[in-house]
Design a protein around this ligand. Sequence first.
Ligand SMILES: Cc1ncc(COP(=O)(O)O)c(C=O)c1O
Length: 381
Amino acid sequence: MSKLIYLDNNSTTPVDPLVFEEMKPYFSEVCGNPSNQHHAAGSRAARAVEKARSQVAAAIGAEPESIVFTSGATESNNLAILGTCRAHPAPVGHIVTSAIEHKAVLEPCRHLESMGWNVTYLRPDGQGLVNWQAVDAAITPQTLLVSIMAANNEVGTIQEVEKIGKVCAHHGVVFHCDAAQALGRMAINVDEWQVDLLSLSGHKAYGPKGAGALYIREKRKAGSLTPLCFGGGQEAGIRPGTLPVPGIVGLGIACALASQRLSDEVGRLHALRRNLLERLAKSCPDLLVHGHPSRSLPGLLSVAFPGVDGDQFLFALRDVAISQGSACTAGSPEPSHVLTALGVGYDLARSSFRFGIGRFTTHEDIETAATEVARVLDILR
Ligand SMILES: Cc1ncc(COP(=O)(O)O)c(C=O)c1O
C-alpha cells in the first residue's frame, strides 16, 4: 500500500476543490479590506463577505444579520459561553452542560467555575445521549445558559436538540449548541431547534481551517453578549478585527455545498459506514461499537478492538488515517473524556478508534482500509 486512505474526516476535512476555486481570487486579485468601501477593491470584498454571510445563514435557517464570523468553533464556543456570562448582570450564575462536550466548551466552563460560577456537567447514558429531562431538572432560578452539542465528535451520538431547545425556551434560559460536527452531516434549523447561539466550523465541512461562525439570535439586541476582544468594531463590535475574506468566502460556499448535497450525502455515508462495520466485525468478532445505534452521525464509526494496544495499532496502520479518540498529553496517555463519561473502562478506551468517512471516501477506500485493518489485527492479536 502507498496511498494514504484518509478516514479522519471528523477531525478535519480536505477543502472541496469547488471551495478552493471560489476562494482563490480573494487572496490577491480582490485584496481590499471589506471595512474600507471607499474604493472598488474594498466594496468587492465587502460584497463577497455579505454573500458568504447569507450562505452561512441559509444553511442553518437563520437571517444573515444573526451571523458573526470567527476563526472556528473553538472561538465561537468561547465567545458564546464567556460572552453570555460576561453580559450577565450578576457576577456569577449557573450553567448546564454535558460531560461529553468538546474541550472548547468544557474549558471555558471550567474557567468560569474558577471565577465562582456553578456548572452542572450532565452525564449521558451509555450510548452518549443526554437526557432532555435531566436538562430540565438541572435548570435552577440561577441558570443563565445551557450548552449542549448537536452531535458528538468522538462517538457520533446525535442529541435531542429540539427537545432541549424547548426546555430552555420554557425556562427562559439561553441555549447554546456546538454544531461543529453537524454541518453537512445533518439538517440544522435554528428556529426548529430553538437555539439562541450556535457554533460552526469551516474545516469540518470541506471549508478552510481558521474560518467559523457564531449564530446569535439576539445579535441586534445590544448587550446580549459581551465581546472577548475589542478593536475596530467589525462584526457589530462582537468580533472585531480585519475580516479574513478568503476564509469567509470559503466558509460560505462550503455551507452552500453542505446544504445542496445533504440528502444524497447522508445516505451514502450511512451505507459506507455499514459496509465498514460489516468488514471490521468479520475480522474482529468481539468488536464493540460505541455511540447510539440509530441517532448516529453519518460516516462516523467508533469501535473498540478489545485487547489491542492503541499505539501499536495506529503505528502499524500507517497507510490508513484514523484517530484514537484519546488525548495524549506530554507522553501520558489519558483515556478519552467522552468514552469515560459513557462508562467505557480505561483498557477498552485505549483499544478504541474513530473512523471518519467523508465526502471523498470511496467504496474502494473502505474495502482497502478494512483489509489493512484485518492485516494489522492479525499481527497484533
Ligand atoms: C464538536 C466540536 N466542537 C468544537 C471543535 C473545535 O473546532 P475548531 O477546530 O473549528 O476550533 C471541534 C473540532 O475538533 C468539534 O468537533
